[in-house]
Ligand binder design. Structure first.
Ligand code: SF4
Length: 369
């Protein structure tokens, strides 16, 4: 399986916790950027002729902030330059503060069949505190335009002052709006973002509080029929994100746009994070790649185990043997021995016990060396 990722790096305003490559004062170059993206699609399409792709994902940034005609044109170029499978999953991320009926209609005409919406919290004061541009009412308007569609809602944990009641309200609104998929993830205060100061001042919930909110949220989601298939991802049966599953299964993907990363033909590539440099490279006919590395056998084994343990699908010993010709528990015998009490075995499959999935980073860190 293989996927295509397109990075749309524009936002209306920078959220206080955001350290993604996104620019809130550069929409003036959106047209030029999207023209470069079309060119990069063509370049990579030629190089990867013969591969079939099952998923396309417009992420950002805020893909819904730009004129939808650019998304339409990008999709037309993707269909022209890449071979897509019979029923591809095509997702776009949307910020509820940037949607309209016309935009959604054009996305659908472009073939987009999955929508990922950043709700984060159903408490307006918390949205404002996070620097989000939208209100809960705007989220509800956005989802009213998506009735019957396959859409996902993002829910954030670890917001200043967040209580279990707030989490309950947020999950009720997300599930009640018709989302088939909910990503519930913890806020990571990154150095250099405004929210990092709140973190240093001790104003954000600590790790134990976030873990307790997570456990509470997980129970509520289960009650509402959302099963967990990855630490932060819950869905109704059959609505798993195929695009993300491909990442976790070490499938190939091609990343297009500024700061996008790729993994294909045994190599990992990273595009420049500098918007102007990206456009200059493309206009000169070069790939804007700043890092191009062959994945060593050791790293490939490590990635296989790490990615497997992140999901409820676990590490499959048979698949590992088929890929690498050895037993993963022997290859990682020391780490496996140290983490065994957190793992459960079922035939060929080893996974992290349900109750430890949220603290998986400590467990996975044992496998780093
Ligand atoms: S909308 Fe997303 S990408 Fe844009 S600033 Fe906020 S968190 Fe960052």
């Amino acid at each position: 399986m293989a996927g295509i990722y397109l990075h749309i790096p524009f936002c209306k305003q920078k959220c206080r916790y955001c350290d993604f490559v996104s620019f809130c004062n550069r929409t003036d170059v959106a047209e030029a950027y999207m023209a470069c993206l079309l060119k990069e699609i063509e370049m990579r399409g030629k190089e990867l002729a013969g591969k079939t792709f099952e998923t396309v994902y417009f992420g950002g940034g805020t893909p819904s902030v730009i004129d939808p005609k650019y998304i339409y044109a990008a999709m037309r170029q993707i269909k022209k330059c890449f071979a897509l499978s019979a029923r591809p999953e095509i997702t776009i991320e949307m910020n509820p503060g940037t949607v309209s009926e016309q935009k959604i209609a054009l996305y659908k005409r472009a073939g987009i069949n999955r929508f990922s919406i950043g709700l984060q919290t159903a408490i307006d004061a918390q949205l404002e505190d996070l620097g989000r541009i939208h209100t809960v009412r705007e989220y509800l308007y956005c989802t009213s335009l998506l009735r019957g569609e396959n859409f996902s809602a993002d829910v954030m944990l670890g917001i200043r002052g967040q209580t279990k009641e707030d989490v309950k309200k947020t999950i009720e609104i997300a599930a009640g709006s018709g989302a088939k998929h909910i990503s519930m993830y913890a806020l990571q205060p990154e150095d250099g973002t405004p929210i990092y100061t709140d973190y240093l001042n001790g104003e954000l919930p600590d790790g134990d509080e976030v873990a307790s909110l997570y456990d509470y949220g997980r129970e509520l989601l289960a009650e509402k029929g959302f099963y967990r298939y990855e630490v932060s991802n819950f869905c109704k049966k059959g609505y798993e994100s195929r695009h993300n599953l491909n990442y976790w299964k070490r499938g190939e993907y091609v990343g297009l746009g500024v700061a996008a990363s790729s993994f294909f033909s045994g190599r990992r590539l990273l595009n420049t994070t500098d918007l102007d440099e990206y456009m200059k490279c493309i206009l000169s006919g070069f790939y804007p790649v700043i890092d191009n590395e062959e994945v060593s056998d050791r790293d490939a084994r490590f990635e296989f185990v790490m990615l497997g343990l992140r999901t409820v699908y676990g590490v499959n010993a048979g698949e590992y043997r088929k890929a690498f010709g050895s037993d993963w528990k022997q290859d990682f015998s020391a780490a496996y021995g140290r983490t065994r009490k957190y793992l459960q075995e079922e035939g060929d499959v080893t996974r992290i016990k349900d109750e430890y999935l949220f603290v998986q980073n400590q467990i996975l860190s044992e496998y780093v060396n």
